[in-house]
Ligand binder design. Sequence first.
Ligand code: NAD
Length: 505
Amino acid sequence: MSAREKGGPVRTVTHYVNGQTSTGSGGRRQPVFNPATGERIAEVVLGTAADVDHAVESAARGAERWGEVSLGRRQGILFRFRELMDVRREDLAKAVTREHGKVLDDARGEVARGLEVLEFACGIPHLLKGDFSENVSTGVDAHSIRQPLGVVAGITPFNFPVMVPMWMLPVALACGNAFVLKPSEKDPTPSLMLAEMATEAGIPDGVLNVVQGDAEVVDALLVHEGIAAISFVGSTPVARHVYRTATDCGKRVQALGGAKNHLVVMPDADPDLAADALVSSAYGSAGERCMAISVGVLVGSIGDEVRKRVQERASRLTVTDGSEDGADMGPLINRAHLERVAGLVAEGEAEGAELVLDGRGLQVRGREGGFFLGPCLFDHVTPEMEIYRQEVFGPVLSLVRVDTSGDALGLVNRNHYGNGLSVFTDSGAAARYFTSKCTVGMIGINVPIPVPMAYYSFGGWNDSLFGANHIHGPDGVAFYTKGKAVTVRWPQKSAGLDMGFTSHD
Ligand code: NAD
């Protein structure tokens, strides 16, 4: 057993406020694990309301100056941030794999998706262009502008420690706001790396701050008078709490919650394509993606063909340390989550679903302390079962059999989540039917994980998102700015009193 496993000294993951690292005011700390080994590799400081005050004060000073910085200069700094992140993408990806456990190649993909949002934000001079109407009344012109909100905060989940903060902060900063980030306490290091890069790129001190912590910090952010808006991504119960508390305090809120994404396989689909898609999207990142497919809806006669192919492919996956060559799937985030997911598998079995593949009890040689669960596959799952009802967030795929496309759509739309839906079919009419009628925010036709590009916006419906705005893309710009309509007249001489309501001639 190493000194670190015995509880010896490890690296401390700090806050980042006003351009400097700090251990803050509180005494509480929490271990950070490498999920592939179970080893304690760092300790993260857990902030307090006093740390939030300190960060918001620093951000308020930052926002005052930053909001006045010209668009061209802001853009130049964002370009430099983009260059630094690009050069260091491998360091970021390795940090993600070390603390989250996902396969290195997947971590590289997450960094790439984060970079894409930064690239979108580099276009801010174009994105903030307002409208102009000449002569709305005689000699009167009208135009619109969008202005920053001031200090905004982001609260992020463990499953994308680079990408989800990058969904928020580049757009918020580009719009002229200062940002306070509260990353997940389970994998906090990549956020610090991003903040340090931003400073190096020229983002002024105080404009991007990171407060580490848990619910105590979140709750302090939600009610803080100095914060104008909250972006949240995480599970539905916490998203609901964040939305209610922060809107009650008069803040603008976008709170993205959990998911239960379905992939519908129509009878005319290619069963090999559909099986490839089901396996990659259900077991990629060990199912810890908000866009993971956790339910395969097999319509009619194709059911047995698809099941056979999914079983073959899933049983061949290599589950090991995500930093190892050839790994298809890494561990789950921690032991508590592993036990929760294994418990749901047991419940599914007890409720009568057919357990086709059982990944429980998997031991990875040389990584005996890791939080591993192999691929689990259920068939003949019904909507009443817990394994269907709950967001499992692990490598568990449930197959549900239905007779018609109408049954498939009904199943999807009765689910209280509404994040993503995928439909595999060769029929344009079927694709159009699902696209038009489904009550989810993001749909893929023959695309298993339909994550929108950075220049579109990302967000679900129903219990997958609370608030009006989706995240990043055009909705992100709208969320992080306030609109102002300006009406202008430059009179040459007095026209006398006009006591009436404006007439437009
Ligand atoms: P989580 O809800 O447990 O935590 C998210 C954030 O909230 C963390 O920063 C955490 O510290 C904080 N938090 C946790 N409990 C809290 C509480 N009681 N009060 C206040 N704050 C609290 O989520 P997670 O386990 O880190 O991430 C997984 C979840 O995130 C899944 O449900 C997944 O679907 C969801 N997710 C959604 C999206 C999306 O775009 N909709 C994207 C990624 C992840």
